[in-house]
Design a protein. Structure first.
Length: 195
């Protein structure tokens, strides 16, 4: 069994390096073309049984574009949303550090346990995202595609055999991460492939 994770295409806030979290930001034209390339890659290289996505518009639109290439309509699941960045949403990394230096340092040094002010911890994200992914896997036999967010992809990778470093793992907008599932274990085949 295989799970393919597609990060949504670029948004304006990606360009501006703002924390998006669960704020609903649309794709840019480049984001739409990234989604198109991802869809074409999947159509040519994978046989996908089902397509899921987060319920935020940037993932829904990416999934709809991908879905046209692979002949599937996406099913939305709110548990696949990005980490809630609470009070940091809409701020750039620099603005967050200027306004919340102590909170940022605490969060950076213990991302899994510390909640972003007004938001979630990474452990909370892992819990809800993995619950969704395990339920999805239980319903299907073939290859599953999920259009989601960078944080969710990193959350899933943190539970995989790769045990990848949260801060060193690059998952760019429009990229594809492929995991095989064997004996209940997630085995990364490709991380952050740019079609």
């Amino acid at each position: 069994m295989r799970v393919i994770l597609i990060r949504h295409g670029q948004t304006e806030w990606n360009l501006l390096q703002k924390y998006q979290g669960q704020t609903d930001i649309p794709l840019t034209d480049l984001g739409r073309s990234q989604a198109q390339r991802a869809g074409e890659y999947l159509a040519n290289n994978e046989n996908i049984e089902v397509l899921y996505c987060s319920d935020l518009s940037r993932t829904r639109e990416t999934a709809e574009i991908v879905g046209r290439s692979i002949g599937l309509s996406p099913t939305c699941d709110a548990r696949l949303r990005e980490l809630s960045f609470g009070e940091w949403e809409g701020l750039t990394f620099t603005q967050v550090y200027e306004k919340y230096p102590e909170e940022f340092n605490n969060w950076y040094n213990d991302t899994f346990k510390i909640n972003v002010p007004g938001g979630e911890s990474f452990d909370q994200l892992i819990e809800r995202a993995m619950e969704a992914v395990k339920e999805i896997i239980a319903k299907h036999k073939g290859t599953i595609a999920i259009v989601t967010h960078g944080g969710v992809i990193k959350a899933i990778l943190s539970q995989s055999e790769a045990k990848s470093d949260l801060w060193q793992t690059g998952v760019e907008p429009g990229s594809i991460t492929i995991l095989d599932i064997a004996n209940g274990k997630f085995i990364p085949i490709e991380i952050g492939l740019k079609p």
